[in-house]
Design a protein around this ligand. Structure first.
Ligand code: ATP
Length: 953
């Protein structure tokens, strides 16, 4: 027994060493370039083929062929990839989504290329390196490599450069570091380890273009477990899983659990991948992981393309024989690819696991039609198809659930893991592999009749997808894709909608998969291999991820090339395009968009915020519910640099006109109104102190019972109309405490945001302003304290729920939806906001000067000033009670700031409660009714701006 244990341990060490090599390569490449190289396994496969070619076909001695393969070919592939694929992407800004697609493209390209060159069949004559049979030798190589790389990155000059590039590529380049050289070294080394893995593994596994790459990528769990950083962890995990997997082969359980235990034992790396990708947080968060992004929206469908497509899809009805038989695959694949349009193209969620849902659709249909589905009777084919789709749809949660919290790379890994898991644990089981036949529905047995049925199903799927994309849901999905926090701030229920996208995607994929199976008259697990999932994903992205016509074209292209050209051409072509797609951000759509923008600009529609807004303010904009008063003129002018007079009111306040809140009203009420130039002494005591400072309307402040504000710093002002009837502030923070790890960023903050007031929060960098803002907006959960909206505790509500209750926000760095037009951006706010009034769109567009031709332009690339207006208009369209503005003046020129201030004052006069976090003290002085000064996580002073700002640190 002990010798068996020893032998199995040795075998496990051998497998674990190969996995460790992969882990080391993936970690090094990732650290040097920020790219998780999905093509690692494909490079391994190519190197194994190259070694075999040199030794078996060309007769080179192994001692020549192996060094050439490992030290020339493998690093050469790495350097070529860096130079031609990933460097241009890094120059473009290193968008993780583009890099991910490029690496998937390289995977598909290498697999397709290998099929083209060496054919799809498996080879079992790969020469063995002397090392292959020696686990201790392999282990030694792994340890030496890991130690060498570790030492190099820790102490050497390369290590310093690597760390600098990893921290901030641009800064490193400015500091004189050759980032390209570092990246090339990372790629060369990563490819070398891939090559070594390939040539070590190939003699012991089936060498074919699909199997080996997938096998190698299954061990990506090792790198994930090491959080893409730690080489020792990667090595230990790899060796541990290798040995455990070998030992598990000794278990021979009987009963129902036997196949499961055997499957787990044979696929422990896949189990580890599932755990690592689904349970471990934080992979791929080094670089910002935006949603898949508007960059992949692709070309707008040219006019007239649909009739042409319809004719082309009808053509096969006139075909016969093998042509028709092949054509049968196109509508089925089209439906599968439409599922990617929903999930990835529209929803922005990377899904590499659609092949799993397609396969499950086919498998369930076959089992149901054969009467072998547990607990269900035998069903006719069409009914089986429908039930299978219904059964698979909720399984979309397998990838939808991880997508709630994961983005970019982490989501790609999770969906890939689910795809591989389903393939290994469901499709590879005996019941599925033992020739499961799948009949066509009665009356549709012939290819022509079946093709016609497929066209009907495809048309139904198309109509459903197009209807969903055009409507409210489609806009909300696009908003998530373009800017997830922005969508949440607009009121979109992001988690629910993501789940919906994945469930709908799974249902469509299942439908297409079952159609494909019926076309082939069998369930064939190879047709739903995870590698196909990658190919489909790449094909849809290449032809415009958000284009339904693109999906149909991709289906026709893949099936047509597979049938009409040599095997591998389709994959090679799609892979090549996907590898290069990120390099061409300016597609035809972009060009057309630029042209339209130019035309509009020439016609003067994009003048800075100003004339239109002033016109809107002058004429007044009717309120959605009619409840709000006309926006009144601004209450305060910009701060005067000299003198102490404040602008006089155009009209003294009267009871009949309580909204005419302006400084003059305060004067009319007999209060003194110190100007900004007044001395502190003249202005009276400033409400500040080391302890809990008295806030203007803090928890202890008396609730107003009349139309007169409580005296603040010696002055009294009239409360705006809404405030008169309100019993307290609209939004309030009570003893808020927030932490980042052990660091206390907010320490017992009390704040009131009253209706009709502009409340400003200022303070030095790091004071905690943004943290307070996040706690109010719902993007950060405080560890203690409460956030109250009209007295209701909303502390635990997520951001979108707060928006729906009337707490809207803007972002310091703009959060618009670039692929949507200006009007659509605003429409999202109107549809998802508090009131849900579609008419609010026009009012918001008019108020913010966006009602001209600019309304039809995609937001992408519009000037910052215009985009700030778009963001505010979106927030306003939801009819918020409170508007939280994070540095609204950032990036605006003076004229735009002035105009913005006018709008904000008008909104406040209209009864909205505004909270502004702002660095521009001029703006604050001219805009705010009350200013709170923060320092070190506390509010240290509060009061009217003229006094507080004079004394502010
Ligand atoms: N995600 C985070 N993790 C750890 N610490 C953080 C994080 N975000 C903020 N901090 C720290 O919390 C403190 C408060 O930060 P916050 O961004 O709220 O300040 P701020 O007043 O908004 O500053 P600024 O004006 O520069 O935006 C700072 O010391 C900051 O370094």
């Amino acid at each position: 027994m002990s010798s068996l244990t020893y032998d199995l341990t040795l075998a496990g060490l051998s497998v674990g060493s190969a996995a460790a090599l992969t882990g080391i390569g993936l970690v090094v490449t990732y650290r040097a370039t920020g790219v998780l190289n999905f093509a690692h396994g494909a490079i391994a496969m190519v190197c194994a083929y190259v070694l075999r070619q040199a030794v078996v076909e060309w007769g080179w001695p192994l001692w020549v062929a192996a060094p050439v393969t490992l030290l020339v070919v493998a690093p050469g592939i790495g350097v070529a990839l860096e130079r031609f694929v990933f460097r241009p992407l890094a120059v473009l800004g290193g968008d993780p989504a583009r890099s991910l697609v490029a690496s998937i493209g390289v995977f598909v390209l290498l697999v397709g290329g290998a099929v083209l060159v060496w054919g799809p069949g498996a080879r079992d004559d790969v020469p063995e390196l002397p090392l292959s049979a020696d686990p201790w030798g392999q282990l030694a190589v792994v340890l030496v490599l890991a130690a060498g790389v570790g030492a190099l990155t820790r102490w050497g000059r390369f290590g310093r450069e690597l760390r600098a590039v990893v921290d901030d590529r641009e800064l490193a380049v400015l500091g004189g570091i050759d980032a390209d050289r570092v990246a090339a070294a990372g790629w060369a080394f990563g490819a070398f380890t891939a090559g070594l893995t390939g040539v070590l593994l190939a003699p012991y596994v089936r060498l074919d273009p699909y199997g080996l790459p997938l096998l190698v990528m299954e061990v990506v769990a090792v790198a994930v477990a090491a959080r893409m950083r730690s080489l020792p962890v990667a090595v230990v995990v790899a060796l541990g899983i290798g040995v455990a997997q070998a030992q598990l082969t000794r278990l021979h359980p009987s009963g129902w659990a036997a196949p499961l235990v055997q499957a787990v034992g044979a696929n422990l790396f896949v189990v580890a991948l599932l755990i690592a990708a689904l349970a471990l947080p934080g992979v791929g968060t080094r670089a910002p992981s935006p949603a898949f992004g508007a960059a992949w929206v692709g070309a707008r469908t040219p006019a007239g393309a649909w009739p042409v497509a319809a004719v082309l899809f009808l053509l096969p009805l006139g075909f016969a024989g093998s042509d028709l038989h092949t054509s049968v695959q196109v509508p089925a694949l089209g439906v599968i690819l439409l599922s990617l349009v929903v999930v990835t193209g529209r929803g922005g969620q990377i899904s590499l696991g659609q092949a799993a849902y397609a396969g499950l659709g086919a498998l369930f249909t076959a089992l149901l039609a054969a009467g072998r589905f547990p607990g269900l009777p035998r069903l006719p084919e069409l009914a089986a198809l429908a039930v299978a789709v219904l059964l698979v749809a909720p399984l979309g949660l397998l990838t939808g659930w991880p997508a709630i919290r994961r983005h970019g790379l982490a989501l790609a890994l999770a969906t890939f893991a689910v795809g591989v898991g389903v393939s290994r644990f469901v499709f590879a089981q005996p019941y599925a592999t033992s020739g499961l036949s799948l009949g066509r529905p009665a009356g549709f047995d012939g290819d022509r009749a079946y093709y016609a049925l497929e066209l009907v199903l495809l048309a139904a799927a198309l109509l459903a997808v197009r209807a969903a994309r055009r409507g409210r849901t489609g806009r909300a999905l696009a908003a998530i894709r373009d800017h997830e926090p922005g969508a949440s701030a607009a009121g979109v229920r992001v988690p629910a909608l993501k789940l919906l996208a994945f469930v709908a995607g799974a249902a469509l994929a299942a439908l297409g998969g079952a159609m494909l199976g019926m076309g082939l008259r069998a369930f064939d697990a190879d047709a739903y291999d995870p590698v196909r999932g990658l190919l489909w994903f790449a094909a849809v992205v290449v032809l415009g991820a958000d284009s339904t016509l693109g999906a149909l074209a991709a289906a026709a292209l893949l099936v047509g090339l597979d049938a009409g050209a040599r095997g591998g051409v389709a994959a090679a072509l799609v892979g090549l395009l996907a590898a290069l797609v990120g390099r061409f951000p300016s597609g035809p759509y972009e060009t057309a968009r630029t042209a339209v923008r130019e035309r509009v600009r020439r016609r003067g529609e994009l003048t800075p915020l100003g004339t239109r807004v002033q016109a809107a303010l002058a004429t007044g904009v009717p309120h959605p519910t009619g409840a709000r008063a006309r926006p009144t003129p601004p209450r305060w002018g910009r701060p005067q640099t000299t003198g102490t007079t404040t602008p006089q009111p155009s009209q003294p306040p009267t009871r009949a006109n309580p909204t005419a809140t302006d400084p003059g009203r305060a004067q009319a009420a007999g209060a003194t109104m110190p100007g900004p130039g007044r001395s502190r002494a003249a202005a009276g005591p400033i409400a500040s102190g080391p302890g809990r400072p008295p806030t203007v309307a803090g928890p202890t402040a008396p609730a107003p019972s009349s139309g007169v504000r409580p005296p603040v710093g010696g002055r009294a002002r009239v409360w705006p109309a809404r405030r008169v009837s309100s019993a307290g502030p609209v939004l309030a923070a009570r003893r808020l405490r927030a932490r980042y790890g052990g660091f206390v960023a907010l320490d017992g903050v009390d704040l009131d945001v009253p209706a009709g007031w502009v409340t400003a929060v200022v303070g030095p960098n790091g004071a905690g302003k943004s943290t307070l803002f996040h706690c109010l907006a719902g993007t950060l959960r405080p560890v203690r304290g409460r956030v109250l909206l009209d007295g209701r505790d909303i502390t635990r509500l997520p951001a979108h729920a707060r928006t729906r209750l009337g707490v809207a926000r803007s972002f310091q760095e703009l959060a618009v939806f670039p692929s949507l037009t200006v009007a659509e951006n605003v429409r999202v706010g109107a549809e998802q906001g508090r009131v849900g009034d579609p008419g609010a769109v026009e009012r918001a567009l008019a108020l913010f000067g966006l009602a001209g031709p600019v309304r039809e332009l995609p937001a992408a690339g519009l000037p910052t000033g215009t985009l700030r207006r778009v963001e505010l208009a979106r927030a306003y369209a939801g009819d918020p009670r409170v508007l939280l503005l994070d540095e609204p003046a950032a990036g605006l020129d003076t004229a735009e700031v002035t105009a913005l201030a006018r709008i904000l004052r008008a909104l406040a006069a209209d009864g909205t409660a505004l909270l502004v976090v702002e660095h521009d003290l001029d703006l604050v002085a001219g805009l705010a009714d009350v200013v709170h000064v923060m320092a070190a996580g506390r509010i240290v002073a509060s009061g009217p701006p003229d006094r507080v700002l004079e004394a502010a640190p």
